[in-house]
Write a protein that binds this ligand. Structure first.
Ligand SMILES: Nc1ncnc2c1ncn2[C@@H]1O[C@H](COP(=O)(O)OP(=O)(O)OP(=O)(O)O)[C@@H](O)[C@H]1O
Ligand SMILES: [Mg+2]
Length: 388
């Protein structure tokens, strides 16, 4: 490197400068200082690396990267509760975010609490005002070959990062659909009830489809800006789902009306099936590997991973441009599947994105090209210290 090498600028970036955990998974208590930029957690299997990423993933609405019940997250042998505390530094100055579940509320079914700068937040969504967190874990390696529900969840998380209202929309739709499914199960013929619920489903369902279609449009445009022969192949992305395809060509009110009618006409069919068969809860994200002109699910494991990494990086860039907040990236075991060339490419894209990126691996050597440009921490049975 020459003396004129550009130093990454971190002043516009929000990053976690301090993370403290209490009774979280295998951490009784932990408090660590974190650098902006790349942070590498290395350590043996079971040391607690993914647990650290999971803690950070709970700084965004939802159940975190494992989608675990809170009772599983609370440390065995603790008081049944857990707490995560993060100090953020960024353009808006320091922000303190705390979240957790009190002991005695071990089931945590009343939800976790969130405090921002010491005051109780109205909901977990309030955290989105301060930071965005995006992750890629080994469990997502089967994203293209696994069930559509996983791809929908992935898609909806991507929408949420650029459109914070999406979480509530999804909850409202789910709630209405559960109400309809209950009526179906009871064999109800209460037309007025069905009408009311289906009107709600039509409104929220079309809003969901429109937000997804918008994300896909924006992300596809971002992917098109990538070099066509880059280390991470371009993905052609699309949506399969009646509503998603209609929202692009018809006015929302018309799509809503058609969906409402379809639900009303489908009552007998749905009663026989025992559930609602039409709607955005059945849609799918369709991905193709552009250079190979191949559906993603037919690509090799490594090709699928590279495709997914490319999508996540493009989405991170999109989120930064749309929200002004470059997301914090959690890349669990990221180095394992990538060859040396792709690893180096990933590291330089992360620097160019100017985001805080947490990466884990059992072998710190896979990250050796980041020496001097990243913070290296060793995780060992619920303790974290500098890597020597
Ligand atoms: N509620 C809990 N209380 C105490 N320990 C827990 C709890 N939940 C999980 N653990 C333990 O935390 C340990 C660390 O898990 P983690 O998944 O973070 O490991 P890791 O470092 O990512 O390992 P690997 O390299 O295998 O992915 C595991 O041994 C697990 O049994
Ligand atoms: Mg792990």
């Amino acid at each position: 490197m020459t003396g004129v090498a550009k130093q990454p600028e971190h002043d516009q970036q929000t990053h976690i400068s301090k993370l403290s955990l209490t009774n979280f998974r295998n951490y009784a208590t932990l408090s660590i200082g974190l650098d902006p930029g790349a942070v590498v957690f290395s350590g043996d299997n079971g040391a607690g690396k993914t647990n650290l990423l999971e803690a950070i993933s709970l700084l965004t609405p939802g159940r975190g990267l494992r989608r675990a019940p809170y009772a599983d997250v609370a440390r065995e042998g603790g008081d049944g509760g857990f707490a995560i505390h993060a100090r953020l530094d960024g353009p808006d100055g320091p922000v303190e975010i705390g979240t957790g579940v009190a002991g005695g509320d071990a089931a945590g079914e009343s939800g976790r609490r969130v405090r921002i700068n010491g005051a109780a937040a109205r909901s977990a969504e309030d955290m989105l005002e301060w930071l965005r967190v995006v992750w890629l874990t080994p469990a997502m390696d089967a994203l293209f070959t696994g069930p559509a529900a996983d791809r929908r969840r992935f898609l909806d998380r991507q929408v949420l990062a650029i459109d914070p209202g999406h979480g509530q929309r999804a909850l409202d739709y789910e709630k209405a659909m559960r109400g309809r499914n209950r009526l179906l199960a009871e064999g109800s013929r209460d037309g007025a009830w069905f009408d009311a619920i289906e009107t709600q489903m039509a409104e929220t369902g079309v809003a969901i489809a429109a937000a997804r279609a918008e994300l896909v449009r924006l992300l596809a445009a971002m992917i098109d800006r990538l070099p066509s022969a880059g280390p991470f192949p371009q993905a052609d992305i699309g949506l399969s789902g009646a509503l998603e395809s209609e929202v692009g060509t018809s006015a929302a009110v018309d799509v809503e009306e058609r969906f409402r009618q379809a639900l009303a006409e489908g009552r007998d069919r749905d009663r026989a099936a025992g559930r609602t068969l039409d709607g955005p809860h059945r849609s799918d994200l369709v991905v193709r590997h552009r250079p190979k002109a191949m559906p993603a699910e037919l690509c090799s494991t490594g090709e699928q991973k590279a495709l997914l990494v490319g999508m996540v990086l493009s989405h991170a860039r999109l989120t930064g441009e749309m929200s002004g907040m470059t997301p914090i990236l959690l890349l669990d075991e990221i180095a394992a599947h990538l060859d040396a060339g792709r690893r180096a490419a990933l590291f330089s894209i992360l620097e160019e994105l100017n985001c805080q990126a947490f990466m884990t691996g059992t072998d710190a050597a896979l990250f050796s090209s980041l020496k001097g440009r990243a913070q290296f921490l060793t995780v060992d049975h619920g303790t974290v210290g500098p890597t020597i």
